[in-house]
Design a protein around this ligand. Structure first.
Ligand code: PLP
Length: 411
């Protein structure tokens, strides 16, 4: 989104036109931004055999998934439902990896039945897998490398107290199971966390994994996870991709030479690919003066964007109805849910009026996918703009959706 002729536009379409046509609250995704990010990642790792496995829990709209496929990106999924969404979007089973975390064995079986590669995160499940499939089905192992990384505790996954993955200290137990069942371990995986700004974290984790890899002679893939930090506001520190690319490429090449085979290097970015492509638009229901602060109350809430309340995430908020006015007034921005749902505090913005349209940046990842019907409100519509074409990719919900599956009994 940028200013052109004194109005905000996304790929030449004025955003206020979008809000008029599709109404607010509204999620809008800029496909060209996704393409740009995919290309950054591809060029960063152009010297190795790199594959992008989009961690689709960030944004599972099937048209977004389809765009990923068009861009040569594959999928990392975390549930049977995400497998189905991937297949629906046109991915072949071979392009999908199921990274499980404490799921039932039914879901592992479901994945195998769908011909989707499974990434196993605990020893009991690995044992069961061995008993049932032996070496007839290839498998990946999710390892916890004991590397601390990520924006805050809620989104760290690779440290020693995390629930995720098989602890690296249990290497002997892993190898015992691999030998006992003659397991066909084709890949090792780790995912340290989210919002990792220090590239060194990736390098540290990669070193642990590459060392471990020598214990598994038949690997095809090394998966270093996702978690690249994106920018939320001007001047924000982000992962230095170019620097990381250089170091990791070197490490990986040296490893492949020693290992005696060129493996595929996988990443599973979520936020990196879709955070910045997404915008949530909402209207001011009320501008409310209080003795000590003034608030803007929007026609959306934590039901549509929970990240500020759940993770204290920072989202830039822009009054797109006042594109050129001076930012001379301080506001708190809140939602309409009957529960505290602060979006932003003490933000300098143009003097606001009821009916003004506001835009949240970085709303493409963990926005709609974490939305709920709390307060029995509808989930927003979603729009994808690609090659200057505007596509409605999800209709706004209706009362039918709220009532669906509810049963009114005779009492
Ligand atoms: C959520 C998740 C990711 C993506 O994390 P981002 O911070 O969005 O890049 C990658 N891998 C796995 C296994 C995940 O669960």
């Amino acid at each position: 989104m940028h200013l052109a002729n004194n109005q905000y536009v996304i790929q030449n379409t004025p955003v206020l036109d979008l809000c008029n046509e599709f109404e607010t609250p509204l999620y809008v995704y800029d496909g060209s931004k996704i393409e740009e990010k995919v290309n950054i990642l591809k060029s960063t790792f152009s010297d190795v055999n790199m594959k992008i496995k989009y961690a689709c829990k960030a944004n599972t709209n099937i048209s977004v998934l389809k765009l990923m496929k068009t861009l040569g990106v594959e999928l990392d999924v975390v549930s049977p439902q995400e497998i189905q969404l991937g297949l629906k979007a046109g991915f072949s089973p071979k392009q999908i990896t199921f990274t499980s975390s404490g799921v039932s064995f039914d879901e592992i079986e479901n994945s195998v039945e769908n011909d989707v590669l499974v990434n196993i995160d605990n020893l009991p499940t690995l044992e069961k897998f061995g008993e049932k499939y032996g070496n007839t089905v290839p498998v990946m192992l999710r390892i916890r490398p004991n590397v601390v990384g990520g924006g805050n505790l809620k989104i760290m996954t690779g440290h020693k107290d995390s629930k995720f993955g098989i602890a690296i200290e249990q290497k002997d137990q892993i190898l015992a199971l691999v030998n006992k069942y003659n397991l066909d371990v084709v890949g090792l995986h780790q995912h340290t966390g989210s919002d990792i700004k220090d590239g060194q974290t990736f390098v540290d984790a990669a070193k642990v994994m590459l060392e471990l890899a020598f214990s598994f002679p038949d690997l095809k893939y090394m998966d270093f996870g996702g978690g690249f930090k994106v920018s939320y506001k001007e001047g924000d520190a982000i992962t230095d991709m170019a620097g990381l690319g250089k170091i990791l490429t070197q490490e990986f090449k040296t490893f492949c030479t020693k290992y005696g085979k060129e493996l595929e290097l996988w990443f599973e970015p979520g936020k990196f690919l879709v955070s910045e492509c997404g915008y949530l638009f909402a209207e001011a229901n009320v501008v409310k003066e209080n003795p000590t602060f003034t608030l803007i109350g929007l026609n959306t809430g934590l039901n549509h964007l929970i990240r500020p309340m759940m993770y204290d995430a920072y989202h830039e908020v822009i009054n797109v109805s006042k594109p050129t006015q001076a930012k001379d007034t301080e506001y708190n921005v809140v939602g309409y849910i009957c529960e505290t749902d602060d979006f932003a505090k003490n933000r300098m913005m143009p003097s606001a009026d009821q009916g003004d349209v506001f835009c949240f940046l970085n709303a493409g990842a963990y926005g709609f996918t974490m939305a709920s019907n709390y307060n029995s409100r509808f989930k927003p519509a979603e729009v994808l703009i690609y090659k200057e074409k505007v596509h409605l990719v999800r209709a706004r919900e209706t009362m039918e959706d709220i009532l669906k599956n509810q049963i009114l009994v005779e009492l």
